[in-house]
Design a protein around this ligand. Sequence first.
Ligand SMILES: *Cc1c(COP(=O)(O)O)cnc(C)c1O
Length: 385
Amino acid sequence: MSDQLPPECARLRAEIDLAALRSNVRVLRERAVGGAQVMAVVKADAYGHGLVPCARAARDAGAAWLGTATPHEALALRAAGDGGRVLCWLWTPGGPWREAIEADIDVSASGRWALEEIVAAARACGRTARVHLKADTGLGRNGCQPADWPDLVAAARAAEAEGAITVTGLWSHFACADEPGHPSIAAQQESFRTALAVAERAGIRPEVRHFANSPATLTLPDAHYDLVRPGIAVYGLSPSPEVGTPQDFGLRPVMTLAARLAMVKRVPGGHGVSYGHSYVTPGATTLALVPAGYADGIPRHASGSGPVLVAGKWRTVAGRVAMDQFVVDLGGDLAETGDEAVLFGPGDAGEPTAEDWARATGTIGYEIVTRIGPRVPRVYAAGGA
Ligand SMILES: *Cc1c(COP(=O)(O)O)cnc(C)c1O
């Protein structure tokens, strides 16, 4: 593929397999029980895969909802022509609530301050805002504490009566769903049932109740309710090794990160490699220069540990990852300048996976793909329809 690519892709590129993404969405739709719909989470530039092409592919595969963190991301979907249901949940005072309401975006409130700003914005534009009330059932991050929930629910009912809002969703988020069997999972589910009952008694009739991220979509059918909110699984990665491998669920990694070698050369033994000389060649060998660095999102923690497929074998980052480049020691094997180096991909052509990079650098696959930076062109392969 690399020979037909435009010149800006010759150095380093992220190939995005949209056929794999569509297939992953279909797999998740099949797993969702009781007719629950799928919200494909496309925050953070679709976990680094590119917002608009991934959103379109997810819709094509039947994602009824898209989810974003920031209002900017949700508005970008509208600007790209997406007219379906979109929920956006990470708000700070000032909104932009009105722009979101006018763009038919479902918004989220975790407390009275947000509800008051939503009501004011809805009145100002003469529209009815669609609001999801978020309960903190134990994550301890965003969401309304149980002690404050009856008050938030009552205020939402009053705003509904006035016509300023409709409560379209009641929802929450798991802390440890990626550790199946963790005691917090059952405790959060119990807390969510209580929050739903409190809202119901107050007269709230939401269109959707939703709780499940990727690990809960894959392992906890009784948390599916009316809608599941997978993110990482849409991109074909498993939330954690404890949950399983992508293959266990029929998911396929969507991103392949590949570079072309910028230089191959023979060096004598005892030669220091890259800044700080933390690697010194153990004997005469060949070094290959991979034109990718921490400015592209390659973790500097991969120094001395990151795996790369070059000339048919896994090599390890030799010495430090620099801003734009790193070196691998080919151990005397031959390669040509311009040969392909695959940092990660689905793994079925012998290349490492994002999970391998996560293990090598002490992080999670989410961070590996999401941090691939804007300097790296995304090349979309649409695959079969
Ligand atoms: C990111 C996010 C998700 C998706 O989580 P995954 O673990 O990637 O499936 C779902 N819901 C909320 C609120 C999130 O912030």
